[in-house]
Design a protein around this ligand. Structure first.
Ligand code: AMP
Length: 431
């Protein structure tokens, strides 16, 4: 089977790595990929994974490539091509592709759409209002005592949310988003949610239009610095499973969220085939959905795919074919931890082109895999090429063992200015 993966981050490296293990995969490409992806080889025939220099949002060229190479399965990693309708386009041309349709991608690309859907179908979420007018927005913030999350409606590159502790901050946030257009045109409409207190966890479910198969829990670390301080980032690390939900509680959460979600999709004529990733706050009055994403999390994918025991090609095929109901997801009981090594300065501006050493030594450690995100090959050496550079990932018999293993691997990798958090998973080991 010829497989094309679209994207260039750590999530896509994890997807490529896992897909390449499938005996079904005979040839693979990644557009545009990165230096680590280009080092992967297929388990079946040792063929290298080839990089294709096409951007993830260049839909017509990606389609032409898939047609020329007679790709059997295209797998989409990031949210932008999904929101641009890559799945619809490929399907119109008879190309088999895994990912959600443009209509389904609205759960991520429009916070207003998501909020209204959750309210209509009784999915537990924050009390919220939707506004396209500044004065009404500020008035609503006041009813929440100013403790709220102000969210720009459209995709804003993982940003677009301002958290406020009082009315002064809330009014400033409304002005920044709606008047100053801090997140661009996405700020024409806002969703304002009550501020939810609790432990935040990531859920993932693979869906086939009728069945949603829930994954174990994981937890992301969004802030740049230890102790959840500093600026928001794309994610500085993850671990799975978390101790915050028992298996029975997870099943209950899945029932309360996924059942009405899938029912609502059917009623709205949304054929949800792909990955659903709800961000959840475990509040005192039960779990509440903060937001929906319509693709694998990054770096959640790194911990999930190192624990997944199924053949990923088979699972994605079942997600497309509507046969997930016949499949059971199998997970390694080990814990997985991913620590992101970022460029100095990230999430602000940062230099590129710093030589990375120790990658082979880290990869040679037991149960350890270094996923690349922002890397490139230059004069035969692997150099930094983005904010998040690597997702160092290790398995251990329990979370403490996985933490020890992952930080041992981080220790042997070096590049000038490297920055990483030292407390990935610490909330769980302290719990
Ligand atoms: P979002 O892009 O909607 O996931 O928001 C980004 C981050 O802001 C989330 O991961 C949460 O940590 C935080 N957040 C969003 N909405 C709320 C809320 N209603 N209450 C508390 N924190 C929130």
């Amino acid at each position: 089977m010829k497989i094309l993966v679209i994207g260039s981050g750590g999530r896509e490296h994890a997807l490529v790595w896992k897909l390449a293990q499938s005996p079904l995969a005979t040839q693979m490409w990644c557009a545009p990929g990165n230096a680590g992806i280009a080092q992967e080889r297929l388990a079946r025939n040792s063929a290298p994974v080839e990089g294709v220099s096409l951007g993830a949002e260049d839909l017509p060229k990606l389609l032409a490539f898939a047609q020329e190479q007679k790709i059997d399965l295209t797998v989409v990693g990031p949210d932008n091509p999904l929101a641009l309708g890559i799945v619809d386009l490929f399907q119109q041309h008879g190309q088999r592709i895994w990912g959600v349709s443009q209509k389904a991608a609205q759960f991520e690309s429009s916070k207003v759409f998501s909020q209204k859907f959750m309210e209509k179908y009784g999915i537990p979420t924050a009390a919220a209002g939707t506004f396209d007018e500044v004065a009404a927005a500020k008035k609503f913030c006041a009813t929440l005592g100013g403790r709220c999350a102000v969210k720009a409606d459209g995709l804003a590159l993982g940003k677009g949310v301002l958290l406020c502790a009082n009315q002064t901050e809330a009014e400033r946030a409304v002005d920044e988003i709606m008047v100053g257009r801090a997140f661009g045109a996405a700020g024409a409409r806002v969703v304002i949610q009550e501020f939810l207190e609790g432990v935040e966890v990531s859920l993932h479910a693979l869906c086939d239009g009728a069945t949603a198969r829930i994954f174990p829990t994981s937890q992301d670390h969004k802030r740049a610095l230890d102790g959840d301080l500093g600026l928001n980032t794309g994610g500085m690390g993850t671990y799975s499973p978390t101790p915050f939900l028992t298996a029975a509680q997870l099943a209950d959460v899945a029932r309360k969220i996924l059942d009405p979600f899938m029912r609502g999709c059917v009623e709205e004529g949304i054929d949800y085939r792909g990955l659903l990733y709800p961000g959840i706050m475990l509040t005192q009055s039960g779990p509440k959905v903060i937001e929906f994403n319509a693709r694998f999390g990054d770096p959640e994918a790194q911990v999930y795919l190192t624990r997944l025991e199924n053949d990923l090609v088979e699972l994605l095929e079942a997600s497309i074919a509507g046969t997930l109901g016949r499949m059971e997801l199998k997970w390694n009981p080990a814990a997985s931890v991913c620590v992101v090594m970022a460029s100095g300065g990230y999430p602000g501006s940062y230099p590129k082109g710093k030589v990375i050493t120790g990658l082979d030594a880290a990869n040679a450690l037991p149960a350890t895999k270094v996923f690349h995100a922002g890397t490139a090959l230059k004069d035969g050496r692997i150099v930094t090429n983005g904010g998040r550079v690597l997702g160092v990932t290790a398995l251990g018999k329990d979370l403490k063992a996985a933490q020890a293993a992952v930080y041992a691997a981080v220790e042997v990798i070096h590049f000038e200015g490297a920055h990483f958090r030292r407390d990935i998973g610490a909330k769980a080991t302290a719990a």
